[in-house]
Design a protein around this ligand. Structure first.
Ligand SMILES: [Zn+2]
Ligand SMILES: [Zn+2]
Length: 300
């Protein structure tokens, strides 16, 4: 069986350098930011020149554009009950889709944000309407770049910890646009949110089944991370695979599931290097080890 493993490398020196670092880690997929993730970036575009340089780097190392996943800025709280904040986040999400479309990426994934002191159902509807706004603002191109909801660990009032919440968000998108959206699952977030990945292969399969049945489709990507905190802690702290509370075995069970075939399986595990030199295209040693570990699990 083939599995498309990816990493989210440092982008010091620009995104073409991140592409080279991913390839050096042995990855066939890439996750990246197209703008600084701690800003809204609602006025930031991606020039054709920049996109062409990234495409050239991808072609040079043989990573397909459909195996590139953009991670949206963390600050985009499209769920916020504060109107000014939610509107700015909505604009930011549309720009994420615009930049990801210019890259011809699989999609951009985003965290739905927090309901704050508002009603969670209203918050889920606001997230769905923000997706709809992005899809209506940015015309579809041949690559079919999508807006993808990432499940969350469920800290505080954050949205997207259950399949029901994700389904409610996606239900706000009109049928004609629905194929341009979807969701992905992060193993650390699933575990922290209390979904069972660890007791047995059957339990893990049942967790994936529940998301597939409630939402009506399979995940479009996975984030493969171990968790520093225990199951049900609602704490989002990633660990190296095998060094957290999930452990290695559930990742082997997961890779044996047919739903992991053909989609980007991206590591977001801690880097080892404290500092990255801009013109150094070598991978982080931890990324290289993690990709090798997953390749070993895939082979059983
Ligand atoms: Zn994320
Ligand atoms: Zn993630």
């Amino acid at each position: 069986m083939t599995r498309i493993f990816g990493v989210h490398p440092a982008d010091d020196g620009g995104l073409p350098m991140a592409v080279r670092r991913a390839a050096d880690a042995g990855a066939r997929a890439l996750q990246c930011f197209t703008a600084p993730p701690t800003y809204y970036n609602e006025k930031v575009g991606l020039t054709a020149t920049k996109a062409a340089a990234i495409h050239a780097a991808l072609d040079a190392v043989g990573i397909a554009r459909r195996h590139v996943l953009v991670h949206a800025a963390y600050v985009l709280n499209t769920a916020s009950p504060e109107e000014a904040k939610a509107l700015r986040a909505r604009g930011g999400l549309a720009k994420e889709l615009e930049r990801s479309t210019a890259l011809e990426a699989l999609g951009c994934c985003f965290h739905p944000g927090s309901a704050g002191d508002g009603d969670p159902t209203d918050a889920a509807v606001r997230v769905g309407l923000a997706i709809r706004h992005a899809l209506e603002t940015v015309p579809e191109r041949a690559a079919g770049t999508r807006v993808l909801i990432e499940n969350t660990a469920g800290a505080g009032r954050t949205m997207g910890r259950t399949p029901e919440e994700i389904a409610l968000m996606l239900a706000q998108v009109p049928p004609a646009l629905r194929h341009r959206t979807g969701y992905g699952l992060d193993t650390c977030h699933l575990h922290a949110a209390g979904h069972d990945l660890t007791s047995s292969p059957e339990a893990l399969r049942a967790t994936l089944d529940r998301f597939e049945q409630v939402i009506g489709e399979r995940p479009a990507f996975l984030h493969l991370n171990d968790s520093q905190h225990p199951a049900g802690s609602n704490k989002d702290r990633h660990a190296l695979i095998g060094e957290g509370t999930i452990g290695v075995a559930p990742f082997a069970w997961l890779l044996a599931d047919g739903r992991t075939e053909g989609i980007p399986l991206i590591l977001e595990t801690p880097a080892e290097r404290a500092q990255v030199v801009e013109d150094d295209p070598t991978a982080d040693p931890a990324d290289r080890r993690m990709v090798a570990l997953l390749e070993g699990l895939r082979l059983g």
